[in-house]
Design a protein. Structure first.
Length: 337
């Protein structure tokens, strides 16, 4: 195995779906699907979390069964901070918003963040390294006179390009919890490195704790920059930033985390399953929708039955939700009733 991004060892887990161990036929189907995603050159992503944090969000108590959490997660998916709030947060930007006010706010937040000094801790070192490495971004957003230029350049882009640029710069603000945007972000952090997700999930936990939980998913290659925030590679495929005069950063503040930042969250159609501990046993609970597809599945998305979506979300802490329109890949944002 190449010494690159650590990947999970599915053979070391008890594989289940709907709480039941997989049959031999289901195991073959599962690994065929995994291989299909790899062959498509899609990105597997992992998010480390904790049950004691997630259960209340999904309207469950600490004593709720695995079944209750499982059924809700595979219908609702995982969602970003912003969707927990019914009322607008400070410096909030809607997932479908990209007007001049949005870009004015982005410029001001980036300017404040990049001019800020962090005197203590590892953040000081990582932000310092970023400033040395990405001087073009620092110089541009630290100059207040560039704000009008920034808005003028953006106004000449197509609506699709404006969303791409918005997400690219918001991703940078999302990547550091000290930014003014982080608390109201419509983005969700994941990593292509399984070990990073494991560290987040098991942080401050005892060995064999039942609290850690790791969510597995994937981003299809064709949806990079749509389901996820564009990196510089995806950005350049769509916009020649150097020609139009906007700065590009190659790596964010914490490159070792190998982050893939999702827009809105992880839709259940791209949610493979989740890993958790139970009586010293590592259980990987697989999205049951994976077993509703045939051997000719294209690896793009799962056929999730969301007929009970609105009923289930009423019982959670989510004050809002989002959809992705199939015909134009546009996000829409709604309030729960």
């Amino acid at each position: 195995m190449k010494n690159v991004d650590m990947i999970p060892n599915y053979y070391a887990y008890t594989l289940k779906t709907n709480g039941r161990n997989l049959s031999e036929e289901q195991k073959i189907h599962f690994f065929n699907c995994i291989n299909k995603i790899y062959r498509n050159n899609d990105k597997f992503i992992y998010r480390g979390d904790k049950k004691e944090k997630l259960y209340p969000i999904y309207g469950l108590s600490k004593k709720s069964s695995d079944e209750q959490f499982r059924d809700t997660l595979f219908i609702l998916g995982a969602k970003a901070n912003m969707f927990l709030m019914k009322l607008p947060g400070i410096n909030e930007i809607n997932i479908d918003g990209a007007n001049n006010n949005v870009f004015n706010l982005i410029f001001k937040m980036l300017s404040n963040l990049l001019k800020r000094e962090f005197p203590f801790g590892p953040i000081r070192r990582f932000v310092g390294d970023f400033k040395k490495r990405e001087s073009g971004v620092i110089n541009f957003f630290s100059n207040q006179d560039n704000e009008y230029r920034f808005i003028d350049i953006i106004s000449n882009l197509t609506p699709k390009q404006q969303i791409i640029v918005r997400d690219y710069y918001l991703g940078l603000l999302h990547h550091i919890s000290k930014s003014e945007y982080y608390a109201s972000s419509f983005m969700l952090s994941t990593s292509i490195d399984f070990s990073q997700a494991s560290k987040f999930a098991s942080s401050k936990e005892e060995k064999d704790s039942k609290n850690p939980l790791i969510i597995f998913g994937w981003v299809p290659y064709k949806y990079e920059g749509i389901l996820s925030v564009p990196d510089s590679r995806v950005l350049r495929r769509n916009i020649n930033m150097e020609v139009i005069g906007l700065p590009v950063y190659e790596k964010s503040f914490f490159p070792y985390q190998k982050e893939v930042t999702l827009k809105g969250g992880l839709l259940p159609h791209y949610l493979l399953g989740y890993l958790h501990n139970k009586r010293s046993e590592k259980i990987f609970e697989i999205n049951p929708a994976l077993f509703n597809i045939s051997g000719t599945w294209n690896g793009i998305e799962l056929p999730v039955d969301q007929s009970t979506f609105h009923q289930r979300i009423q019982n959670t802490l989510f004050g809002r939700y989002f959809t992705l329109e199939e015909d134009n890949n546009q996000f829409r944002q709604y309030h729960t009733m």
